[in-house]
Ligand binder design. Structure first.
Ligand code: LP5
Ligand code: MN
Length: 240
């Protein structure tokens, strides 16, 4: 039994390596593993399943080919929370709720994108609760595609500027309290998430019990990675 997990690829057409590495990896893994889980932010941003962008179409086609051989699961990230049922049909991927429990080879895991755990980032959490409302999403999806792209690019710019301003630490990591609360609600589960771009294996204590939190690597500057779950537990690997 072997499950692979990836997260935070942020696929976009302007990168010479991201799309090709993703397609190549799918071809390599198809039929070789029991399932692939994508824990959010597969795309740089997603403005609706009706987007006719050729690059996104090619990525969706590669996923569809993969999913004919191997189960494919995907969770929303903060960049691609608008992935919907039409995307799921076209890609063959099953959309998962966040968090999602998973049992592999005798161990219990809890999968999440990770943005909901960044509870000290109150501006982001406000933004998140707005854009995750079905009525807000319906209204946004009714706007013309060009306008949606313009809004998404604007918010991306704001987000990058904000990160420059605040620097790398502070609020962009998960809050210890939010992690403890989630683990306390799921006794015995090993937490796996992405989003923070701080790949690591954390061992912590919650309510006097030893617990574990794995953070999946993002794909950036030509470097990429994944986690593997098998009979030995969790292991981190590089991709090329
Ligand atoms: O993504 P990243 O790593 O840069 O930072 C995230 C948080 N930022 C985001 C925003 C995404 O980058 C862009 C999302 C694009 C979605 C496209 C479709 C829908 C567009 C709808 C837009 C209204 O998630 C960042 C966190 C960081 O992770 C670390 O956790 O800090 O959060 C922010 O930067 C907070 C936001 O910047 C708050 C923005 C409020 C602006 C609200 C304007 C509403 C305009 C409405 C126009 C119709
Ligand atoms: Mn994210």
């Amino acid at each position: 039994m072997a499950i692979h997990l990836i997260s935070d690829l942020h696929l976009h057409a302007d990168s010479p390596w991201l799309g090709p590495l993703f397609s190549r990896t799918l071809t390599q893994w198809a039929g070789q593993i029991d399932a692939l889980y994508i824990l959010g932010d597969l795309f740089e941003y997603w403005v609706g399943d009706d987007d006719d962008d050729a690059f996104a179409g090619a990525m969706v086609a590669a996923m569809h080919a993969f999913s004919r051989q191997t189960p494919l699961y995907i969770m929303h990230g903060n960049r691609d929370f608008l992935l919907g049922d039409d995307f799921a049909r076209a890609s063959g991927a099953v959309l998962l709720p966040d968090p999602h429990p998973l049992h592999v080879a005798g161990r219990d895991y809890l999968l999440s994108h990770g943005d909901a755990l960044c509870s000290d980032d109150t501006a982001y959490q406000q933004f998140r609760s707005m854009v995750r409302q079905p009525q807000w999403q319906q209204a946004f999806l009714q706007k013309p595609l060009a306008e949606r792209h313009a809004i998404a690019r604007h918010i991306r710019g704001e987000s990058e500027a904000r990160k420059q301003q605040y620097g790398p630490d502070a609020i962009s990591d998960v809050s210890a309290d939010a992690v403890a609360a989630l683990l306390a609600a799921h006794p015995g589960h090993i937490l796996i998430h992405g989003h923070t771009h701080r790949p690591a294996h954390h061992q912590l204590q919650v309510a006097g019990q030893p617990r574990e939190r794995w953070v999946i690597s993002d794909w950036h500057d030509g470097s990429a990675g994944y986690l593997r779950l098998d009979q030995h537990g969790v292991s981190a690997h590089a991709l090329r």
